[in-house]
Design a protein around this ligand. Structure first.
Ligand code: A3P
Length: 322
């Protein structure tokens, strides 16, 4: 969730553009629909700045997701996988022990490009790692055929995303976990409005991207990561071009990475218990239960059925099943 959703801090150029866009107001602020996706003005400015100013490098890695789908976990796993080739001095602490995954792999539109179309990216060494909640077609704008980067998308059951988002929003609004917050969120979800939504089109944009270009777009599922973490992490490592060697497999390197990136371990680290992101979100708010199917404990059967029906309808004929 963005910290400042007002229109006062955005450029004249963005102000002019947003006048022509469909808009909608929720409990936090006004959202605008750009290229089929809903944004608060400051995030939209980040998207536009990114599209105007981002200069891709062929080795870039972009971690993409709809919010609350497992972004933090995917970032941690990717950092840990790439860290293996970095040969840091042994007394250097692992980056995951000194920073939150969102500090290590910042969001393009929310953090890096929200204020400028030319942010200083010199601190990123190759391969640079960024993240995004933009849909695939919006992210693709600055990439040309000769600089296709690697994109990893993680998706999650829509019902669990909703519940996870509800908890997160209550923390953000400093409210009790209350059904009066959940119900309007459910309504917005089903009406296909809401920050970065609609979720189904978001997921489908990357699903289609991964079918068209599997060498450059990897489609992961939170539920599969939970059910068969070893298989999925090896898949991720291979896709990123850093597969596990036989020696690593024998020495238990896969399990060590899974343990380092486990919710239990990450949420217990001092940096995640006390720190905040650059846009002022508490690090600990990114860690909760991390379970598959927690929506059963919070949504009514009617709510679940309605979401399932929309999902079935939207994904019909696409090859994507939940
Ligand atoms: P729950 O709210 O269902 O527990 P995101 O990272 O996209 O914001 O998603 C947050 C969700 O991922 C939360 O789900 C959170 O608990 C879960 N999560 C965070 N870190 C995780 C980890 N290391 N392993 C598994 N799940 C994790």
């Amino acid at each position: 969730l963005p910290t400042n959703v007002g229109e006062d801090s955005i450029s004249e150029e963005t102000k002019t553009l947003i006048f022509s866009l469909p808009s909608y107001k929720d409990s936090i602020g006004k959202l605008y629909n750009y290229q089929g996706c809903w944004y608060y003005p400051n995030t939209l400015e980040g998207v536009l700045n990114f599209q105007r100013g981002f200069k891709p490098q062929g080795t870039d890695i972009i971690l993409a997701s709809f919010p609350k789908s497992g972004t933090t976990w995917l970032k941690a796993l990717t950092v840990a996988l790439l860290e293996r080739s970095k040969n840091r001095p042994s007394d250097d602490p692992h980056p995951l022990k000194t920073d939150n995954p969102h500090g290590l792999v910042p969001f393009l539109e929310i953090m890096l490009y929200s204020k400028s179309s030319t942010p200083d990216l010199t601190r990123f060494s190759s391969p640079r790692m960024f993240s995004t909640h933009m849909p695939f077609h919006t992210l693709q704008a600055p990439f040309k055929e000769d600089t296709p980067c690697k994109i990893v998308y993680v998706c999650r059951d829509v019902k669990d995303v909703l519940v996870s988002h509800w908890y997160f929003k209550c923390i953000y609004l400093n409210k009790e976990i209350d059904k009066s917050v959940l119900e309007p969120m459910f309504e917005s979800l089903c009406r296909e409005v809401g920050y970065f939504g609609p979720i189904w089109e978001h997921v489908l944009s990357y699903w289609r991207g991964s079918l068209e270009d599997p060498k450059h777009v990897l489609f992961l599922r939170y539920e599969e990561l939970k059910a068969e973490p070893v298989v999925q992490v090896k898949r991720l490592a291979e896709f990123l071009g850093c597969p596990f060697t036989e020696e690593e497999e024998v020495s238990g390197s896969v399990d060590k990475i899974l343990e380092l990136c486990s919710l239990r371990n990450l949420s217990g680290l001092e940096v995640n218990k006390t720190g905040k992101t650059s846009n002022n979100l508490q690090h600990h708010s990114f860690f909760r239960k991390g379970e598959v199917g927690d929506s059963k404990n919070h949504l009514t059967a009617e709510m679940e059925n309605k979401i399932d029906m929309i999902t079935e309808e939207k994904f019909k004929g696409t090859g994507l099943k939940f």
